[in-house]
Design a protein around this ligand. Structure first.
Ligand SMILES: [Zn+2]
Length: 587
């Protein structure tokens, strides 16, 4: 826990924050020697007592003070341990990437040997390991590793502070950095052709005139690093960091490996991935299939959601336009189905989300994803889809299935051996006639389903608050009015938001409170506007940024939107835990 660092925004493990000392530094940032004082390695002192004394001398520093540290090889424990020391100002501690020990409390942790983390396996294990051992509101500094090409990946891993050491040193060796990688200045273009350098910065113009000089390479390298930092900050701000990293890691196989290894650290990513994003979700590459949003959506559809009791299941393909219902193809399907829509349940098959029940088409990211469409389903996509479909059908049973699918998708479902009436799919007149006929046949003697609007609320309640939430929230007589549901006395319980979330009223939260889920327990006070992390006594571990939460304390009861994960609320000393929408005092 720290009072000198505050995380303001999160996009997966990447964060934006501010360091609250010296002149405020906005993170992610490139820092330099001007921003901190460091006692350096203990081996640079004549005796261990001298090293301890140099730490003591930093006690009242206003700047970030990095205490004396014991260097060690990458995979070994340091030979000595330094006694802990409390400072009045911001404290920095060197932490060894693969040490088994938990580091003492600090505001900034310096990743030891970070410049030596060349192997992607080491890099991912080091950052993930250290991040999991330090407080979420402490900053992590990795010296001498950043380049314009790897900066996005480093920030996405969870590093807050970097520096220009590496590109500066590279400049001394004649190396020229861009976002696309590093070249020997001499090799990049012929010496007679320096005007063709792929950059138009002041230094590169000078190189064209005066030839390659170390100071010009250094100035160019540092500028490219700063530009990349601004790009990364913009990506976090616009909540498109994952998309940017998936693109940027293509510059080298090592970086792509690192992203894939990070995706293997599912728990680390899941605990840091928000429930919703403002941005569109692009599933452009094979790594996109591993994204937390994809696995989370599928887990919820299979684990939390329960399909309405229906005799007939209709399988449909997705559409480019979202939500699907607004697309031309889905409007045509709806016309072809006509009044039989009340006698069947619709499930949309899509990549990479696999299954989207009609009622959840507005939930994140079902309403805001985009994927390159070729009509071809590769083996990985097919396996993922069928795995999900089989799990779904084990839980939700139907007497008859109609599959209005075509091409690869139809073939995939046919090959799985699922028994269904296959219509061949399509939106032409004869295709829609076949859909119409198949549905008419399947719906003969079928049960009538409840109103689709009501089913949407049921599905959303279970999807966001867990299995059984719908039976509590929608107990008794429910009136559906526009985007809102009310109880029998016309008291609002919940509404769906344009972003596909559910927003609870105090009455709705009162009903759900009994389940004990998504609750933020607060101390003995009545918060207004924003609930700050120090006020949180306890919080449900499954809360993620963007989740609707119930705020409960001795003097207050309310609802709001989480700004950080539940585990982070408990472990942080600064920052907004949740934005409050409604709150009332309790006697
Ligand atoms: Zn340049």
């Amino acid at each position: 826990m720290t009072k000198y660092f505050e995380v303001l925004r999160r996009d997966g493990p990447a964060r934006m924050g501010k360091l609250l000392f010296g002149g405020q530094i906005s993170t992610p940032a490139l820092i330099s020697k001007d921003d901190y004082v460091s006692a350096g390695s203990v081996y640079s002192y004549a005796s261990i007592q001298d090293a301890i004394n140099s730490g003591e001398a930093l006690r009242d520093q206003e700047k970030l003070a990095i205490l004396p540290y014991v260097p060690a090889a990458l995979h070994s424990e340091p030979a000595l341990e330094m006694p802990p020391l409390d400072l009045s100002g911001p404290k920095g501690i060197m932490v060894h990437p693969f040490s088994e020990k938990n580091p003492e409390n600090a505001d900034v942790y310096v990743l030891g040997n970070s410049g030596a983390l060349k192997n992607p396996r080491d890099l991912v294990a080091a950052v993930v390991g250290v991040r999991e051992r330090i407080a979420p509101d402490a900053a992590l500094y990795a010296p001498a590793i950043a380049t314009p090409a790897n900066l996005a990946l480093l920030v996405y891993l969870g590093i807050d502070l970097l520096d220009g050491t590496r590109v500066l040193a590279d400049g001394l060796f004649g190396r020229y950095h861009t976002r696309d990688g590093v070249w020997s200045g001499e090799d990049l273009v012929g010496p007679a052709d320096l005007a063709n350098l792929p950059c138009r910065c002041h230094s590169c113009r000078k190189i064209a005139d005066e030839g390659i000089k170390k100071e010009l390479l250094i100035a160019h390298n540092l500028l490219k690093l700063e530009e990349e930092l601004l790009t990364v900050r913009q990506a976090i701000r616009s909540e498109t960091m994952r998309e940017y990293v998936e693109r940027q890691v293509r510059v080298s196989p090592e970086q792509t490996t690192a992203l894939r290894l990070l995706d293997g650290e599912h728990r680390y990513l899941e605990r840091r991935t928000p429930q919703t994003r403002r941005s569109k979700f692009y599933a452009n590459c094979s790594e996109s299939l591993q994204r937390v949003e994809v696995t989370r959506f599928a887990e919820r559809v299979i684990g939390r959601y329960r399909a309405p009791e229906s005799d007939v299941l209709l399988l449909l393909p997705c559409s480019a336009k979202k939500p699907y219902s607004l697309s031309r193809s889905h409007r045509l399907f709806a016309e072809a189905i006509g009044g039989r829509r009340r006698y069947l349940h619709e499930l949309i098959l899509t990549s990479p989300l696999a299954l989207v029940p009609r009622e959840l088409e507005e939930a994140y990211p079902a309403a805001s994803y985009d994927v390159p469409v070729t009509g071809h389903w590769d083996r990985e996509e097919r396996a993922w889809l069928l795995g999900c479909l089989e799990a779904y059908l084990k839980k939700n049973r139907y007497a008859r299935i109609v599959a209005h699918l075509e091409g690869d998708l139809e073939e995939t479902v046919k090959e799985s051996g699922i028994e269904a009436e296959f219509t061949g799919g399509g939106t032409s007149g004869p295709a829609l006639d076949r859909l119409s006929a198949a549905v008419a046949e399947a719906c003969r003697d079928a049960r009538r389903l409840p109103d689709l609007r009501l089913l949407r609320y049921r599905a959303h309640a279970d999807f966001y608050f867990g299995y059984a939430a719908s039976s509590v929230l929608l107990q008794g007589k429910i009136i559906v009015k526009g985007r809102e549901i009310q109880d029998e006395h016309k008291k609002p319980l919940a509404a769906t938001t344009p972003s596909g979330m559910i927003a609870l009223s105090l009455a709705g939260a009162g009903r759900l409170q009994a389940l004990g889920k998504y609750i933020v327990k607060i101390g003995d006070f009545l918060p207004k506007g924003s609930l700050l992390a120090p006020g949180v006594v306890d919080a449900d571990d499954q809360i993620r940024p963007g989740d609707e939460v119930i705020i409960a304390g001795e003097k207050a009861f309310g609802v709001g939107r989480a700004k950080m994960s539940g585990w982070e609320m408990k472990a942080s000393r600064r920052g907004v835990a949740a934005e409050i929408r409604h709150i009332k005092g309790k006697q």
